[in-house]
Design a protein around this ligand. Structure first.
Ligand SMILES: NC(=O)c1ccc[n+]([C@@H]2O[C@H](COP(=O)([O-])OP(=O)(O)OC[C@H]3O[C@@H](n4cnc5c(N)ncnc54)[C@H](OP(=O)(O)O)[C@@H]3O)[C@@H](O)[C@H]2O)c1
Length: 299
């Protein structure tokens, strides 16, 4: 990295892909004193607007027109474009030797940036562990969110510094295990949405409107999150399975069979994992756990 960090000098950045994350990164880094030397996106007009909004020196719809000037290239296109964009930039001699090339995908590791490595650049990934609906929201949410990083040893000092400068919290992972890390994020975020959707549907079957059914659940979900925060998993677990209340779980299954059989398999599956959690918590006997497992597995 041409001794940039050692000299206290901030690197010059080019952002390729000016959507939610690319625009937010440009804004956050520019506020922290980084030079956004260029922004690139597939449409020239969007690139121009993005340059105006982020104070970038130049803009283009062709990455390798600008990337040779960059100490750090962020490829913030959708995941399915990252490898191709990296390959095209490499083919067109768009990477400076010893520059850092990174992407922000959670599912992919820095290994897909092989063509940049072949040109003498160092590869890394920096994934903000957060869900963004817009660039403005991302600017607000990145500070205080964890950012998972992995990549070449030569790239990591500057990537760590970038995370610090955008107000992120560091999480270091390995490329081999990045997919599992991403599965964890999907379970905690996306599956939570699915879970709330299930609960709202059950409330609808109980006669509540979608709005009322959702509103009623919000304080419960917040309280549960607080309990998880203060007591941890599995100690935060409460309810019929944690108490070994077989009759209540049987009543749930019977009522669902009658009114909403389409949700039974999900309820049963989550119930079985919850029995394991109650065992781990030590709140139910082996005998109760076994009866619950048999009930939840029965069809
Ligand atoms: N959104 C999130 O919640 C979130 C959270 C963490 C990480 N990420 C990661 O951040 C990355 C970007 O996601 P995003 O949500 O910011 O996506 P996005 O809003 O869809 O933005 C992607 C941008 O890339 C541009 N683009 C597409 N192909 C291109 C190409 N060949 N050359 C140059 N620009 C190109 C698109 O331009 P056009 O619109 O003109 O096609 C668009 O401006 C992904 O790796 C994603 O996994 C996203």
């Amino acid at each position: 990295m041409r001794g940039l960090l050692a000299g206290g000098e901030k690197p010059a950045l080019v952002i390729v892909g000016c959507g939610k994350v690319g625009t937010a990164m440009a804004n956050l880094l520019s506020r922290s004193g980084y030079l956004i030397s260029g922004v690139v996106t597939s449409r020239l007009e969007t690139a121009r607007k993005s340059a105006e909004a982020t104070g970038a020196g130049r803009y283009s719809d062709c990455p390798w027109e600008l990337t040779p000037e960059a100490d750090v290239v962020f490829i913030t296109t959708p995941d399915d474009r990252i490898a191709a964009v990296c390959g095209e930039i490499a083919e067109n001699n768009g990477f400076q030797g010893e520059s850092v090339v990174l992407h922000c995908s959670g599912a992919l590791s820095s290994r897909i940036l092989g063509p940049a490595r072949d040109r003498g650049a160092f590869a890394a990934s920096l994934h903000p562990l957060q869900s963004f609906a817009s660039a403005d929201q991302a600017v607000r949410l990145v500070p205080g969110s964890f950012c998972a990083i992995e990549g070449d040893a030569e790239a990591l000092p500057i990537v760590r510094q970038i995370v610090k400068d955008i107000g992120g919290l560091l999480l270091e992972i390995t490329p081999e295990k990045k997919t599992l890390y991403h599965a964890a994020a999907v379970a905690a975020s996306n599956y939570l949405v699915t879970l709330i959707g299930l609960a709202v549907e059950l409330n609808r079957a109980a006669g509540l409107s979608s709005d009322a059914g959702y509103e009623a659940l919000v304080p419960l979900v917040r309280g549960t999150l607080r309990n998880i925060g203060s007591r941890g998993v599995p100690d935060a677990l409460t309810g019929p399975i944690a108490r070994g209340d077989v009759a209540t779980v049987a009543a749930h299954l019977e009522a669902m069979e009658k009114d909403v059989p389409e949700y039974l398999s999900l309820y049963r599956c989550l119930g079985l994992y919850t029995v394991d959690m109650a065992r781990e918590k030590g709140s139910i006997s082996q005998e109760r756990a076994q009866r619950l497992v048999e009930l939840l597995k029965s069809s």
